[in-house]
Ligand binder design. Structure first.
Ligand SMILES: *Cc1c(COP(=O)(O)O)cnc(C)c1O
Length: 353
């Protein structure tokens, strides 16, 4: 990495690391520093790293009113040899820009993203947890900053990155149900983008499902409510009769980095991978016939979230117990080995900090 940008760095005077609760509850504690760069007059201004803290925005801030706000989620891992490495950061950078384009927000140059990220991580290296299965969660995001309440794309924006140490995610198998009334996104909408509004609109249907005793929804397509889209905020993968089956990407499905990685590893293991439409009916018929071997969600936060129960048309159906040789277990272990530096990184997914 060649440092091409001067990033003005203001170090925190005292680290909060000593106060860190070793239990590492997700999303509660942030590392000492954050990266900040503003966009105005058509260009990105001087980048800065400063102590993590509150900031001031106009009450007329257009992200708050009209939702021009996008984010990413990625992780850095402590390495077996003592260093720190990022998992596929350029995939997140590319997706940030796909989201930015959909939301009429400015392009983020690769050097600015990568250099900000790497300098921030170098400064807060001590926050990368070392216990097995733990990692440093990284949240890059961009939002509109014009204090103007007319409806049009903002002219000014802020891009930031902050990080948060996270412990081993305990994946208790989930109870989910097919959602056949509400939708997360529709073809032609912004479901493929990681914009804030997608999450806000998904909370109410998710809350209803949770009141019925489920953990999450399996979203179905907006026009027929027949085809699987995603599982909560994760991509959905099924193992049916020995084949790895997942909904094909579309404008309504988010192109997950974990999904992409799991499918690549499945192909590497010699398994048949099918990216196509998957109907709720196909899933339920496979379950009834004993051919649905596994169902799970995939995403950065949990990596693999196995599904134990599926609710469909008012009834709950149990999936078979997964054994230690199940695909989801093997692929989870393979990903973990690559991320910790213990396994060979044949696809060059890891980037050293
Ligand atoms: C972020 C996200 C995912 C998972 O993407 P990863 O890159 O694997 O973390 C899946 N679905 C939705 C809706 C998301 O926002």
């Amino acid at each position: 990495m060649i440092d091409i940008l001067p990033i003005r760095t203001q170090r925190s005077t005292t680290s909060r690391l000593a106060e860190l609760d070793p239990k590492l509850e997700f999303g509660k504690v942030y590392s000492d520093h954050m990266f900040v760069v503003d966009f105005h007059n058509g260009e990105w201004q001087e980048a800065q790293i400063m102590p993590f803290g509150d900031m001031v925005v106009s009450p007329a801030n257009s992200a708050l009113h009209y939702g021009q706000a996008i984010f990413e989620g990625m992780k850095a891992y402590h390495q077996a040899d003592g260093g720190v490495a990022l998992f596929r950061p350029l995939d997140n950078w590319a997706r940030l820009n796909a989201s930015a384009e959909r939301m009429c927000m400015p392009h983020m140059p690769e050097e600015l993203f990568m250099q900000g990220l790497i300098e921030l991580l170098r400064l807060d290296t001590a926050w990368v947890p070392t216990a097995a299965g733990s990692s440093l969660y990284i949240r890059p995001f961009m939002f509109a900053t014009d204090g103007f309440i007319g409806v049009r794309p903002s002219e000014s924006y802020r891009f930031m990155i902050f990080t948060s140490p996270v412990g081993l995610y305990y994946n208790k198998a989930l109870r989910v149900r097919f959602e056949q009334k509400y939708v997360r996104s529709a073809e032609g909408g912004a479901g493929f983008a990681k914009n804030a509004g997608n999450y806000g609109a998904a909370m109410y249907p998710t809350k209803l499902a949770q009141q019925e005793g489920y953990n999450q929804l399996i979203w179905t397509d907006a026009s027929e409510h027949q085809y699987v889209e995603e599982s909560g905020t994760m991509n959905a993968i099924f193992v049916i009769d020995g084949r790895v089956v997942t909904p094909a990407l579309s404008t309504s499905i988010l192109d997950g980095v974990t999904r992409r990685s799991v499918l690549q590893l499945a192909r590497d293991m010699g398994l048949v991978v099918e990216e196509r439409k998957v109907s709720s009916r196909e899933v339920m018929e496979a379950l009834a016939a004993g051919k649905l071997e596994e169902a799970f969600g995939v995403g950065t936060a949990a990596t693999i979230a196995p599904i134990a129960t599926i609710g469909y048309e008012g009834h709950d159906y149990e999936l078979p117990e997964v054994g230690p040789n199940a695909f989801s277990k093997r692929v989870g272990a393979a990903l973990e080995a690559i991320r910790s530096g213990e396994g060979a990184d044949v696809h060059n997914w890891m980037v050293r900090v």
